[in-house]
Design a protein around this ligand. Structure first.
Ligand SMILES: Nc1ncnc2c1ncn2[C@@H]1O[C@H](COP(=O)(O)OP(=O)(O)OP(=O)(O)O)[C@@H](O)[C@H]1O
Length: 222
């Protein structure tokens, strides 16, 4: 799924966060978004996921412009097309890990073959991420790193064409980070586009391209 940002600017009140953002990510490309703390990486990802609106400029996801859409319409686009991974994905404590990963399936009535395909995905990616053996445990009994990987799984359950990931490995050891990279590389080979904000060189160096927000502009990292 293609992602295009055209001349995107974001300011809060009178404070400019970034401007002149131009970005083209073709289907099946994995890109890293880097930059010092506070430069606006999370904000840029929120714009791409339709969680916030830019001050000006245009964002297209798979040819669909997010401009002029209501928050409800954006929520519907996000549900169908985008898997959003937050740094700390909010979970429902009393439910099991598997039930938490299945939450996005509650939002839309699933046909039985869709439900079966989603379950297959959950077990496949659960294995890749090393958390399938935890599925029946209550999420509140999991460690921070285990819960973070369940958050990744939840973003994948509806088979989105675009993954927007905000520091998805902040709680993980190097070996678990490798599992996340393997999982991302697997979905990338199926044409899924991935944009990931990260401070981790381990992830950034394994992306197809790297970009950095610096002095309120987006620059390509060679
Ligand atoms: N709703 C808001 N109103 C005003 N300022 C905001 C709002 N949201 C974010 N900011 C400010 O915008 C700046 C960028 O925040 P953002 O979370 O996007 O940075 P970041 O690059 O993701 O940082 P980190 O690497 O620490 O996660 C911060 O100074 C933050 O305080």
């Amino acid at each position: 799924m293609r992602l295009v940002l055209e001349n995107v600017k974001k300011e809060y009140k009178d404070t400019l966060l970034f401007q002149n953002i131009q970005l083209r990510v073709p289907s099946g490309e994995m890109v890293a978004l880097q930059g010092r703390s506070g430069v606006g990486k999370s904000t840029l990802l929120n714009l791409v996921a339709g969680l916030e609106k830019p001050t000006s400029g245009e964002i297209q996801v798979n040819g669909i412009s997010l401009s002029g859409k209501s928050m409800n319409e954006l929520s519907s686009i996000r549900g169908k097309e985008i898997g959003y991974i937050a740094q700390n994905s909010p979970m429902i404590p009393k439910l099991t890990a598997l039930e938490n990963a299945k939450v996005p399936l509650w939002l839309v009535k699933q046909k039985s073959d869709e439900e079966a395909a989603a379950m297959q995905r959950l077990f496949h990616f659960g294995d890749l991420l090393g958390v399938a053996h935890l599925f029946e445990k209550r999420i509140e009994k999991l460690s921070g790193g285990e819960a973070q990987r369940i958050g990744i799984l939840r973003a994948l359950v509806r088979n989105p064409g675009l993954i927007v990931a905000d520091e998805p490995t902040s709680a993980l050891d190097d070996e678990s980070v490798e599992q996340v990279i393997a999982c991302f590389h697997h979905i990338r080979s199926q044409g899924v586009t991935i944009i990931v904000a990260t401070h981790s060189a381990q992830i950034a160096t394994r992306c197809d391209k790297r970009y950095r927000i610096t002095q309120s502009e987006l620059v390509s990292v060679p």
